[in-house]
Design a protein around this ligand. Structure first.
Ligand SMILES: [Zn+2]
Length: 249
């Protein structure tokens, strides 16, 4: 009875595709396990969450594609290689879109208890956010000794400051870092930026949000800080402090 049932399923789905799906789900479990078990860097975590989303959705996309091929009487039905050809890019796209929602939520949920409660800092941030039309902004502390800061915007905006940064920087330097991140958030919100981001819709563009390059965007956000503070003194000393810790990481 059970054997008959399994044979039916294999016939229906196709042995190869079933094996592929089981393998994919096994990878999904493995990536989730790695995420829970190990202390990973931010970049690696994002990569792993992304692969998890990929492996998790691959079987569903594979079978949906097969159904679609069947309903349109296309030759790709039951042709595993053709199906993979269709399913891979769709899964990549799906995982990327899911990533834009899941990855920021993961950070917001896992850092919820670390919301920064310093009234003066919050007042500073919200005053500027209002002026810059950045809505629903949250400020979080992350438990890392290295001074670092990053921000992202998806369904809500968040700025993350490490405990190490709050420790070694004075008020004006922290404000310089916050203005820098606010400028990033504002740039991301513009329609231009959105279409640009959609064009580059890839896991790499998500990684780039966590990574500060000395590119055009950095020059513009830094210029914004200098305009606001009317001096580059604090921005420079904040950067020096970040750089001083870079190589012990
Ligand atoms: Zn930056």
């Amino acid at each position: 009875m059970l054997v008959g049932c399994i044979t039916n399923i294999v016939d229906l789905i196709g042995g190869e595709r079933l094996a592929l799906s089981i393998l994919s789900l096994a990878f999904a479990v493995l990536t989730l396990y790695a995420l829970k078990k190990y202390e990973l860097s931010t970049k690696l975590k994002i990569g792993i969450i992304y692969s998890h989303l990929f492996f998790l959705s691959f079987p569903a996309v594979l079978f949906t594609t097969n159904l679609a091929c069947g309903s349109m009487c296309m030759p790709c039905q039951d042709n595993t290689y053709a199906l993979i050809g269709y399913a891979l890019p769709s899964t990549l796209a799906l995982a990327t879109i899911a990533g834009f929602v899941v990855i920021p939520s993961f950070y917001i949920v896992s850092h919820k208890r670390m919301e920064i409660s310093d009234k003066e800092l919050l007042r500073f941030v919200h005053r500027h956010a209002r002026r810059m039309k950045i809505k629903k902004l949250k400020l979080y502390a992350i438990d890392r000794a290295k001074p670092l800061a990053f921000s992202f915007r998806s369904f809500r905006s968040a700025i993350f400051l490490s405990v190490g940064l709050l420790d070694v920087m004075n008020r004006k330097e922290i404000e310089a870092v916050l203005l820098h991140e606010l400028a990033h958030l504002q740039r991301r919100s513009s329609a231009l930026k959105l279409s640009h981001a959609l064009l580059r819709l890839s896991p790499l563009s998500l990684l780039a949000r966590f990574h500060h390059d000395a590119g055009e965007e950095e020059r513009r956000t830094d210029a914004f800080v200098v305009r606001q503070q009317k001096t580059e003194r604090y921005l420079l000393s904040a950067k020096r402090k970040m750089d001083a810790f870079c190589c012990h990481y």
